[in-house]
Design a protein around this ligand. Structure first.
Ligand code: FMN
Length: 414
């Protein structure tokens, strides 16, 4: 890639997007290689599923090299070992299932619900939106059967990228050419900017530790790395939310598409910045590990050993989460985190009540791989349901996966 760093950022418009690219047996399948490259060049993570027929037009090896992932075309991976490709997992993994080129045969299978190959199985199990780019000869395209398939799929919410007009592989001229890869990639970009489940939602999320100064160089803090909060901020932004990330001192880059990052250092700053924006928000997620105590007096210069007081007097810091809960307006949803060193269900439930939360996410340091300094987390979510509560325990997962689960729960998206 060429150009200044700014230009590079501009072209990586699909960063963080997961696209399952389906390829079917059209002569235009060779263009899928260019499409795969366009999508990855723009930052998307791409996994390729091919129909057996497509593998006769372009080799899986070409695609696997371009997307840097194995290509799937069979239900079974190894008959001897009994391993198989999990089409349901692929269907759940993607943010978009894009079939380009899409043959008349595959369109017809999508209409009837046939499940004769892996691509069709992924289609049937995909929870994400599906986009198809039909490609075929002129007369195949205008045939009433094909037109009926297109109409039925469109009526069912499948997004259609109409074929272009021009010279066709058959020698004929007319409508049926697979749209150019750059144009398909642009349509994918438009899709992500317009049709996201959280478009129009505003969310504030706090993340990372706070530091409470003892003197100019020393502070009271904690071991939070901010990874969990940043993963949630990234997921929210991926789904189209307008995210304000209020971050303590952490060593993490701002996730792509996060609208605003406000860096804070102390619990007081966290309080002020959060309370300022909270009334404008649809939801708040308090993931920051706030230092609950601070020295009453902090020296503004470095204290020398002989200047140390016998004891440092502490006071409570402002309680941001409680203030958010107390001022929560109808329609606002609030999720708080509780980190406990033992089984803290009761204390998490207490937090839900005291702070007027809708969800509390409990992680205990007792669980291996959970809490600070890990890329994984194991959480139990307690949710307010009327006057009662509901509890859901998740297994140990990566923080990115936990972020997905939590965002799904918060906004009830599937
Ligand atoms: C050389 C050649 C080119 C083909 N091109 C197309 C095409 O562009 N569009 C189409 O719908 N079918 C085309 N077909 C027919 C499909 O390959 C055939 O219907 C196949 O069963 C599709 O299977 P699939 O949809 O599972 O990949 C072509 C066949 C051959 C032999």
């Amino acid at each position: 890639m060429t150009g200044s760093p700014d230009n590079q950022k501009e072209t990586r418009t699909l960063l963080g997007r997961r696209i399952v690219l389906g390829i079917t047996g059209s002569i235009a399948a060779y263009k899928s290689a260019f499409l795969a490259r366009e999508l990855t060049r723009r930052g998307a993570e791409v996994r390729v599923v091919m129909t057996p027929s497509a593998t006769e037009f372009i080799t899986p090896l070409t695609l696997a090299t371009l997307v840097d992932k194995p290509v799937h075309s069979d239900f079974t991976e190894s008959v001897e070992k009994g391993t198989w490709t999990n089409h349901v997992e692929l269907g759940l993994w993607g943010d978009l299932f894009l079939v380009a080129p899409c043959t008349a045969a595959t369109m017809s299978a999508m209409v009837t619900g046939a499940c004769d190959n892996l691509l069709q199985a992924v289609f049937l199990s995909a929870r994400c939106p599906v986009m198809i780019a039909p490609a075929m000869d002129l007369d195949m395209f205008t045939n009433p059967a094909t037109q009926q398939s297109l109409k039925t799929l469109s009526d069912r919410g499948i997004l259609i990228i109409e074929p272009a007009s021009g010279p066709l592989a058959s020698g004929l001229e007319g409508k049926g050419r697979l749209e150019e890869p750059e144009i398909i990639a642009e349509r994918v970009e438009d899709f992500f900017s317009e049709n996201l489940p959280l478009s129009g939602k505003k969310v504030v999320i706090t993340a990372g530790p706070t530091r409470e100064p003892v003197d100019a160089v020393r502070y009271i803090g904690n071991r939070s790395t901010g990874k969990m909060g940043f993963a949630i901020a990234g997921r929210l932004a991926d789904l189209g939310a307008h995210v304000t990330l209020i971050a303590g001192p952490v060593n993490l880059p701002t996730p792509d598409r996060v609208a605003e990052r406000i860096n804070i250092e102390t619990a007081e700053e966290l309080y002020e910045e959060t309370i300022k924006v909270w009334p404008k928000m649809d939801a708040g997620i308090a993931c920051a590990a706030v230092a609950d105590l601070r020295p009453m007096k902090a020296s503004d210069k470095k204290m020398h050993k002989d200047e140390f007081p016998d004891a440092v007097e502490l006071e409570k810091t402002p309680d941001t989460l409680k203030a958010m809960g107390d001022s929560k307006a109808p329609g606002q949803t609030l999720m708080g985190f509780a980190l406990e060193t033992d089984n803290g269900i009761e204390s998490a439930k207490g937090k839900l009540e005291r702070k007027n939360l809708d969800f509390v996410v409990l992680n205990t340091l007792q669980d291996p791989g959970a809490g600070f300094n890990h890329d994984t987390n194991k959480v139990t979510v307690i949710k307010r349901v009327g006057l009662d509560t509901e509890m859901l325990s998740f297994e140990l997962k990566t923080k990115k996966e936990v972020a997905r689960d939590l965002v799904e729960m918060l906004f009830q998206i599937k």
